[in-house]
Write a protein that binds this ligand. Structure first.
Ligand SMILES: NC(=O)c1ccc[n+]([C@@H]2O[C@H](COP(=O)([O-])OP(=O)(O)OC[C@H]3O[C@@H](n4cnc5c(N)ncnc54)[C@H](OP(=O)(O)O)[C@@H]3O)[C@@H](O)[C@H]2O)c1
Length: 465
């Protein structure tokens, strides 16, 4: 999908009655509308789902989630922008496997698009994976415009075989350039900054390898449990839900070589090389479940699905051989934080100064959420008499450094990328396949019960499991 000013864009949110549409997708479209990336003159938003609703019902459901970010000099009122956006939001009810219903959606779209010569369509599939191949096929047959793209949510399959089946079915009707597989982590500000931090700072660029780095930790901690999503989660588990996609995408960006350019193909090519060189060390795998998980009515009573897992990835190439990449993800832990920690080696020899930690101190922490920040731990002399040295942090908190700068929500940025035809921060089919290949054996062993599933108390610390 190419950005073009004369183009009218119809954005269809399939699954508009659902949680993702209400909390993320439609609010992100509102933010794009608010910031004039889309306007009523050149776009329309249509929700589609089975639930019987009117346009006004959908507008009423969504309204409370539309947040304005007006600047002081702005002449508009928040209420006016919301009303304008909501008036441009429509709803069509229909099922996901009925050609007539999708054809009816097509008629509604044609009505909204009438008078516009150049039209393109974006179908955001915010629906469970069990129905999205049906929708994709019927849209291909009955609701395509000249330019049409699909946005597909993870999970992209349940294992390698189901991914390949899903992908084969999609690719019968859709070209790779028309499929945007969204992993919202790739739209996060700090994740996108990894490329700049690594390749535009000689300090990091020249030391980003096994000679200087001892280990890398990528971890995702959440205080929330699976309440309400137990049905979905129980058949996936934390490895499929978080490690196999979000954390592996982060690992790819942390470990890849410098891409030839910022073009999508060049970045993906480098991430793919990393995935091909990576293995999971089976002896490192820890799986655990929080106490009380099976009491959730949406979960199987004897479920062994892990809600926590830790494992070590090894990247067998010249840059990373011997450096463990620890991947950890867990729910119902003591805090919510996603971070990357790069631990540097120590300076050889005896320390010159009196320090509590020898010569080991340098550490780069990149906090992705909740509060975006970058911290660099260095050794410094303790001020005053004597010559003691201690570790202290240079701290860049995005909120303070970029005061007044709006950090877009991941969904907002990624949907704009789709509108502009930019696939850089989307998951290509080869990459998705390689990440399933990487986890094939580990997931099989977890599913077959080869690892003991430990239990941990609700609110446990990651390091204690
Ligand atoms: N929620 C999140 O934060 C999140 C994050 C990452 C990825 N995702 C993915 O995004 C997609 C949508 O997520 P969601 O949380 O919005 O899902 P959801 O609320 O469970 O489902 C969205 C809509 O799909 C329809 N639906 C639900 N179950 C169905 C079924 N078994 N068969 C047919 N239609 C069904 C329902 O609409 P009607 O009954 O009105 O048709 C529902 O409102 C999923 O693939 C999910 O894995 C969600």
């Amino acid at each position: 999908m190419q950005g073009n000013n004369n183009m009218f864009t119809s954005i269809v949110v399939v699954g508009a009655s659902g949680d993702l549409a209400k909390k993320k997708v439609i609010p992100a479209l509102f933010s794009l509308f608010h910031d004039r990336h889309i306007a009523k003159e050149n776009s329309t938003v249509v929700g589609y789902a089975r639930s019987k609703m009117t346009d006004d019902d959908l507008r009423g459901r969504i309204a409370e989630n539309l947040v304005c970010r007006l600047k002081q000099e702005d002449q508009r009122s928040c209420g006016d922008i919301q009303t304008e956006f909501l008036n441009n939001l429509h709803y069509v009810s229909g099922s996901y496997d009925s050609a007539e219903d999708i054809a009816a959606l097509d008629s509604k779209l044609k009505e909204l698009e009438s008078g516009h010569e150049k039209v393109r369509r974006l179908f955001y599939l915010a629906i469970p994976p069990s129905v999205f191949t049906d929708v994709a096929h019927l849209v291909h047959l009955h609701a395509r415009a000249k330019q049409t793209v699909l946005v597909v949510e993870k999970p992209f399959g349940h294992d390698l075989a189901s991914f390949e089946e899903l992908n084969r079915t999609l690719q019968e009707d859709w070209k790779e350039s028309e499929i945007y597989r969204i992993d919202h982590y790739l739209g996060k500000e700090v994740i996108q900054n990894l490329i700049v931090l690594r390749f535009a700072n000689i300090l990091f660029n020249n030391t980003w390898n096994r000679d200087f780095i001892k280990k890398v930790e990528i971890s995702f901690n959440e205080t929330i449990d699976v309440k309400g999503r137990g049905g979905y989660f129980d058949s996936y588990g934390i490895v499929r839900d978080v490690i196999q996609n979000h954390l592996i995408q982060i690992l790819g960006l942390v470990a890849m070589e410098r891409p030839l350019s910022m073009e999508s193909g060049d970045i993906v090519a480098e991430k793919n090389k990393v995935l091909r060189s990576t293995t999971i060390d089976p002896s490192s795998v820890v799986v655990a479940q929080y106490e009380g998980y099976t009491a959730d009515p949406t979960v199987e009573p004897d479920s062994k699905t892990p809600t926590f897992s830790r494992m070590t990835a090894r990247i067998n190439n010249e840059r990373w051989a011997g450096v463990p990449f620890t991947l950890t993800a867990g729910k119902a832990l003591d805090r919510t934080q996603t971070s990357i920690t790069i631990h540097y080696r120590s300076i050889p020899g005896e320390p010159l100064f009196n320090t509590p930690c020898g010569n080991t101190c340098n550490r780069l922490s990149i906090i992705i959420q909740p509060d975006e920040r970058i911290e660099l731990r260095t050794m410094n002399k303790v001020p005053g008499m004597g010559f003691d040295a201690r570790c202290s942090d240079l701290n860049m908190l995005y909120r303070d450094t970029y005061k007044g700068v709006h950090i877009p929500e991941a969904y907002e940025r990624l949907i704009l990328d789709v509108i502009e035809g930019d696939q850089r921060f989307f998951v290509q089919s080869g990459e998705a396949r390689l990440s399933w290949v990487l986890f094939e054996q580990t997931l099989k062993e977890i599913d077959d019960g080869r690892f003991e599933v430990k239990t941990y108390p609700f609110g446990a610390k990651e390091g204690e499991i």
